[in-house]
Design a protein around this ligand. Structure first.
Ligand code: URA
Length: 434
């Protein structure tokens, strides 16, 4: 079987067999197929797409390129959650302890941020002492003991995706539905959970900018999960403006703590209730959506989710005292307000521009080698649909120095669009797929 023939077959629009896909993935992971041939294949997929069967086979070939976690020693139905990435998306920090407090075990593998989007592990590492590197035994033991764990992905989980993703990044082949779906789902399947809830972001701060492409991605991933025996659901949620108010690592941990205490932003709480309900349904903990929601609301109100977060931080070596005293989190020395240039209401906030402004302050990485400053970021005070007076504060910039604060304040100001008329609020949940 020549690689040339496989590239030609895809170029001409035919579907590859399972055997052919395995040959491509295993050959590339082993270094036997050169980057230029894999690049040509990826570009052919970009233009020709893949059939649903082919996408599922491609995903499973990626899964088999490395280690697969065996979570069978964890009691109960394990449910995982994945977000396609956004700005201010601290959902996992609230959702994982919330769902665990409601009775479903969660063994979550998370990533770091790259570009304008943040990563859960970077956020958790703003907690002094927190350890994201757990051995498989430690990971399993912790979920059995306290109900949840959030750990960084090991290098040997889907190594083919690491290589292919890096190649896609430099060959203009990232935004292809089958390639994104296979990349995300291979990592979720190798992560070993029985059921998967996907948070597919849509809008200007997301990978998928339109509802139509977001829906296609959601349906493709749901089909892959179900085809390989993992019950999978997707929620399409809004990422046209940042989620909640805080963007930046320690600032987001603080907002997650507020939410766990019942004092956080409404959109973040609602998204956690919607995703959490799906997780409880898939885990068989609740029979109806109403039952699931009531259980989660109870876990918020009785502070059980907050207590679970504290247990998880303590189990992973972090400072549990900051749960009751968030002032122990790192704080930036300079806080600069961004005043509104006009009176009216907020029509839109460019989520990607806010993410890039936070990254320039040091909250994210432009390259993998960059070191993150956990204290810096942006806290919005006004969201889409809010009324504002000229000179009123739109947001605060938290910075390490005055120079970067000034540059970020200009970018944040430019990300806001203020109109004279009353702007409508944006819907948070667009659709549930599955
Ligand atoms: N996230 C992933 O893990 N892979 C993609 O291809 C895109 C987003």
């Amino acid at each position: 079987m020549r690689v040339y023939d496989l590239i030609q077959k895809k170029r001409d629009g035919a579907a590859l067999t399972s055997e052919e896909l395995v040959r491509l993935i295993s050959g590339y992971a082993a270094g036997e197929i050169p980057d230029y041939q894999m690049s040509a294949f990826l570009m052919a997929v970009f233009f020709r797409g893949m059939t649903p069967e082919e996408t599922a086979e491609f995903t499973m070939a990626m899964v088999r390129s490395g280690e697969q976690l065996d979570l069978s020693r964890i009691r109960g139905v394990k449910v995982d959650k994945h977000s396609t990435g956004g700005v201010g998306d601290k959902t996992s920090l609230v959702l994982i302890p919330l769902v665990a407090a409601a009775g479903a075990p969660v063994a979550k593998l998370s990533g770091r941020g790259l570009g304008h989007t943040g990563g859960t592990i970077d956020k958790l590492e703003s907690i002094a002492g927190f350890r994201a590197e757990l051995s498989t035994d430690q990971f399993i033991e912790q979920v059995n003991r306290i109900g949840c764990a959030i750990a960084g992905q090991t290098a040997n989980l889907v190594p083919a995706d690491k290589k292919i993703y890096a190649l896609r990044d430099v060959t203009a082949t990232v935004d292809s539905v089958p390639l994104i779906a296979a990349s995300v789902m291979s990592k979720k399947i190798a992560g070993g959970s029985d059921a998967i809830v996907l948070d597919v972001k849509t809008g200007r701060g997301a990978f998928m900018k339109t509802l139509e492409t977001s829906r296609e991605l959601a349906q493709t991933m749901v089909n892959i999960g179900n085809a390989v025996g993992r019950r999978t659901m997707a929620v399409i949620s809004d990422m046209d403006q940042p989620l909640g108010f805080a963007v930046g690592n320690a600032l987001e941990v603080r907002e997650a703590l507020d939410t766990l205490r019942g004092e956080g932003p409404q959109d973040l709480r609602e998204l956690c209730l919607v995703l959490g309900s799906q997780m409880l349904l898939l885990a068989g903990i609740a029979k109806t959506g109403e039952q699931a929601r009531a259980r989660l609301e109870g876990a918020f109100e009785r502070r059980e989710a907050l207590a679970k977060f504290k247990d998880m931080i303590k189990a992973q070596g972090g400072d549990p005292a900051l749960v009751d005293n968030p002032a122990r989190l790192p704080a930036a020395p300079v806080v600069s307000p961004v005043p509104s240039p006009a009176s009216g209401s907020v029509e839109s906030i460019e989520a990607e521009a806010i993410g890039l402004a936070a990254m320039a302050l040091g909250a994210g990485r432009a390259t993998k080698e960059d070191v993150i400053d956990p204290a810096v970021g942006i806290v919005l005070r006004k969201k889409v649909g809010d009324a504002v007076r000229e000179g009123e504060i739109l947001a605060d910039v938290h910075s390490a120095d005055a120079e970067r604060a000034e540059a970020a304040a200009a970018r944040v100001g430019a990300a806001y669009s203020i109109v004279r008329s009353r702007a409508p609020r944006r819907p948070l949940i667009h659709e549930v797929v599955g």
